[in-house]
Design a protein around this ligand. Structure first.
Ligand code: ADP
Ligand code: ZN
Length: 223
């Protein structure tokens, strides 16, 4: 039976979580669960929970726990994740979610909780220039746009600025990060799971740092 690491990736908005979590998901053949992507999908489908979520997302507020836990539980319920491994990106984001995650793990411990650390001045700059594909979620930057006229290199979708990447909403999200997400860093430090990885530098460089951390805690030869 194939098994893989169980990981959580923490980090401020713009730390590069989404990009790196996608790459780690591919590298270890594990499910990448982004609650931001799942909530945006639900919003697009227009489900009642999705519409409610959109309201919070667009103003930079956190979506209420019952909605977030609903989409995460759905992922776990599909089965396989606990055995095959996963990387959670954007979840948990407060202490209550971290405690609920412990229940969903059902006694299968996380291998690592990685805090991708980037100073606030740098993330503000990254987010201001961030553009994302409407089709597949691929990230770009005004300094590194797709090859042709804001059409995604991967899927041809339109590459646009996210509605919640306005300066106001970003400030609010960073405030919330300090207030409610930083405490879970201490929670995981207490459990001995926390690893801090420097998120400043080229994407490839940061990725190598992350792989090293995962390989240390989940040796490739492990059955
Ligand atoms: P960012 O990390 O830049 O905030 P995400 O795509 O991870 O981007 O999340 C976008 C929005 O989705 C958040 O601002 C928040 O409103 C909502 N969201 C995502 N994950 C959670 C979560 N675990 N708890 C509450 N809200 C969430
Ligand atoms: Zn695309």
């Amino acid at each position: 039976m194939k098994r893989g690491p169980r990981l959580v990736l923490l980090g401020k908005q713009g730390a590069g979580k989404g990009t790196q979590a996608t790459r780690l998901g591919d590298r270890y053949c594990i499910t990448h669960v982004s609650t931001g992507d799942l909530l945006r999908e639900a919003a697009e489908k227009g489900t009642p929970a999705g519409l409610k979520a959109a309201h919070y997302m667009n103003s930079g507020e956190l979506v209420p726990d019952d909605i977030v836990l609903g989409v995460v539980e759905e992922q776990f319920a599909e089965g396989g994740m606990l055995e095959d491994g996963f990387i959670l990106d954007g979840f948990p984001r407060n202490l209550h979610q971290a405690e609920e995650l412990e229940k969903l793990l059902d006694g299968e411990p996380l291998h690592a909780v990685i805090n991708l650390d980037v100073p606030t001045e740098i993330v503000l700059d990254r987010i201001a220039g961030r553009r994302v594909c409407e089709g597949c979620g691929m990230n770009y930057h005004v300094n590194m746009p797709p090859k042709s006229d804001w059409a995604c290199d991967e899927c041809g979708g339109r590459v646009v600025q996210r509605e919640d990447d306005t300066e106001e909403a970003v400030q609010r999200r960073l405030e919330l990060y300090e207030e409610v997400t930083v405490p879970i860093i201490d929670f995981y430090r207490g459990l001995g799971k926390l690893v801090v990885v420097d998120g400043v530098g080229e994407g490839d460089e940061v990725f190598e740092r992350l792989v090293k951390v995962v390989d240390d805690r989940y040796p490739p030869e492990q059955p």
